[in-house]
Ligand binder design. Structure first.
Ligand SMILES: Nc1ncnc2c1ncn2[C@@H]1O[C@H](COP(=O)(O)OP(=O)(O)O)[C@@H](O)[C@H]1O
Ligand SMILES: [Mg+2]
Length: 300
């Protein structure tokens, strides 16, 4: 574990009644680092965030937030939180709500206009929040998180309910916060482009941390198969199939599934077929395949 981590979690356990919701979780996040916290519904993501915020207490283990105890006044000042179901006052307009948050955070209210613009809400800001879409409320939540440059930001499922463009904006806001030195823990129940572009991926499976690594390392460790699809020239599909095996698809194609270590050997054999092959398409495992592998949907 690194000494300069903003968030340090060690052997953290949480029990609710008879059920172990978090089982000896150890995790750290350094300044400027973006960590995706992945897991299916009920895996324990929100519980971990609540423990870090000091909203609930651990059964055992340690948490330090910027060297402080979670929930202490100083720790609360260092942490920003975007809850899963972000709720605002429906009768206030966006500008009023954000000004209120700025005052509560001890920030000058003149920062509000720039923040609204940053999250793309400058035009909607003077309409009541009650009339806004989920995506707009999510953006207002992000504006709140940006207030006061937190040392640690906990974003609980910020991408859910966002359209692809808003997801893209979300990513650039996450990036900007990281560039300012904020440590980010971002939970999600899926592995999409947003999470794939973080620095590290931590996967919770039924309360256990089953992975904590970069995407590249996780991909290598998973050793998931690669799909090769060959399109035959003319009626050569039968001959290709006879020489390479695999499966016939759509009459004119042959599909081969191979282990990453066998890839070059397969390609050499395909090249030796010369004129029989019209085209070759190679599909690496998808983010979804990788997530399924680690989060255990395809395990007993
Ligand atoms: N206050 C609570 N009391 C009892 N059980 C809870 C409480 N909060 C969460 N749980 C249980 O803990 C598990 C993890 O929940 P949660 O942290 O919300 O998962 P996630 O955010 O990954 O979907 C679930 O089984 C949930 O039912
Ligand atoms: Mg949750």
């Amino acid at each position: 574990m690194s000494k300069d981590a903003v968030l340090q979690v060690e052997k953290l356990c949480k029990r609710y009644g008879n059920s172990d919701v978090l089982k000896a979780i150890s995790l750290s996040v350094r300044p400027g680092e973006r960590v995706a916290l992945l897991g299916h519904n009920g895996a324990g993501k929100t519980t971990l965030m609540k423990l870090i915020l000091g909203l609930t207490t651990a059964s055992s283990g340690e948490i330090s937030v910027a060297g402080l105890a979670p929930g202490s006044v100083e720790a609360r000042r260092a942490v920003a939180y975007l809850p899963e179901a972000v709720a605002f006052h429906p009768a206030l307009n966006g500008r009023e709500q954000l000004k209120l948050f700025a005052r509560l955070a001890g920030e000058p209210t003149h920062v509000v206009n720039a923040l609204l613009e940053r999250v793309g809400l400058d035009e909607a800001a003077d309409r009541r929040i009650g009339t806004w879409s989920k995506g707009m409320r999510q953006r207002l939540g992000l504006a709140q998180v940006l207030l006061g440059r937190p040392r640690l930001a906990l974003l609980d499922e910020p991408a859910s309910g966002l359209d692809p463009i808003s997801r893209h904006d979300l990513y650039s806001i996450i990036d900007e916060m990281a560039a300012q030195g904020t440590a980010l823990l971002i939970s999600s129940h899926a592995l999409t482009e947003v999470e794939a572009r973080t620095d590290r991926i931590a996967i919770l499976r039924k309360g256990e941390l089953v992975a904590d690594d970069t995407l590249a390392h996780l991909s290598r460790r998973a050793e998931l198969p690669i799909r090769l699809r060959l399109t035959a020239k003319g009626d050569a599909a039968a001959e290709i199939h006879a020489r390479l095996g695999g499966a016939r698809v759509n009459g004119a194609s042959v599909e081969l599934i191979c282990h990453p270590d066998e890839k070059m050997d397969r390609l050499t054999r395909i090249a030796a077929l010369g004129g029989l092959v019209g085209d070759l398409e190679m599909t690496p495992p998808s983010l979804e395949d990788l997530y399924r592998h680690f989060s255990g949907k395809d395990r007993p």
